[in-house]
Ligand binder design. Structure first.
Ligand code: SAM
Length: 263
């Protein structure tokens, strides 16, 4: 009898955690990307790195389909992939009847997609929760066309920045006065912390940790950009507590390229 991989239980726990959050995920600050300054800022961030031509994009961990919407707004053809059936269900409902998008149930670390298929692979808030990062990066390299781009939006959620530590005190104070926001990421914090502890990037995802792993997978032209314009756009419409939340963690945008064959 074949044995499940050693990370089987961890993956199941991750899938179950996100499935349980699928219906309320968009209510947690920072997840939904509303039309207006925030959608514009996300679209700018993607356009600057992927260009303006319509591309065939694989969006990994597409969740409720918010980043899919950014990609669609730029005219890309989008295949959203997620391993949570519940998340896929929310995304399919949200984008029902829309052309140029489909959602598939699969593991981002082993997509089962054919070699050299996509012009770009995009993911937001997936890399920190990978159980086999090295395997995942090799997989993403494989499904990209030569010359294709990988675009990662992520952050170090394990520890707030020095400013974030001060800010988190103010957020706790607001929680005490206004009541805790039930949808924010901390809402299932015991389970979140238990999963975090078991992850390869459990001590924090940083560009310093990430870049050598991407290089080892064959990626070149690794560029790290700032998330600040997106955070600034979020602050335009957010209430005080959420404005403070944009200051908690170090976020980054990383792009890199699968080199042309023979390059
Ligand atoms: C923090 S949510 C982010 C969702 C979406 N990318 C966004 O930013 O709105 C994490 C998502 O990653 C998915 N996920 C985590 N590990 C995965 C894996 N190995 N394969 C596919 N999906 C995965 C979860 O099901 C969940 O939808």
């Amino acid at each position: 009898m074949s044995r499940p991989p050693s990370n089987h239980h961890l993956k199941e726990d991750i899938r179950d955690y996100w499935s349980k959050r699928s219906e309320t995920f968009d209510l947690a600050f920072g997840h939904r990307i509303p039309p207006g300054p925030e959608l514009d800022a996300w679209a700018d961030a993607v356009r600057q790195r992927l260009g303006s031509e319509p591309l065939k994009v694989l969006e990994l961990a597409s969740g409720t389909g918010e980043v899919s919407n950014v990609l669609l707004s730029l005219g890309h053809d989008v295949t959203g992939l997620d391993f949570s059936e519940a998340m896929i269900g929310v995304a399919r409902r949200k984008h029902a009847g829309r052309a140029g998008v489909r959602f598939i149930l699969a593991d981002a670390e082993q997509t089962m997609e054919p070699d050299g298929t996509y012009d770009a692979v995009v993911c937001r808030h997936l890399v920190w929760t990978l159980t086999e990062p090295q395997q995942a990066f090799a997989e993403w390299f494989r499904v990209l066309k030569p010359g294709g781009r990988l675009l990662i939006f992520d952050g170090n959620w394990a520890a707030p920045t020095p400013l974030g530590r001060i800010v988190s005190g103010a957020i706790k104070l607001i929680d005490r006065v206004a009541g805790v926001d039930p949808y924010y990421d901390g809402a299932m914090s015991d389970r979140h912390a238990d999963i975090m502890r078991r992850l390869p990037f459990g001590e924090g995802l940083t560009v310093e940790r990430l870049m050598p792993l991407l290089g080892a997978a064959g990626f070149k032209e690794i560029e790290v950009g700032s998330h600040a314009p997106i955070a600034a756009a979020q602050r335009e419409t957010a209430d005080l507590r959420n404005r403070l939340r944009t200051l908690l963690y170090r976020r980054f945008i990383l792009s890199c390229r699968r080199p042309e064959d023979g390059a």
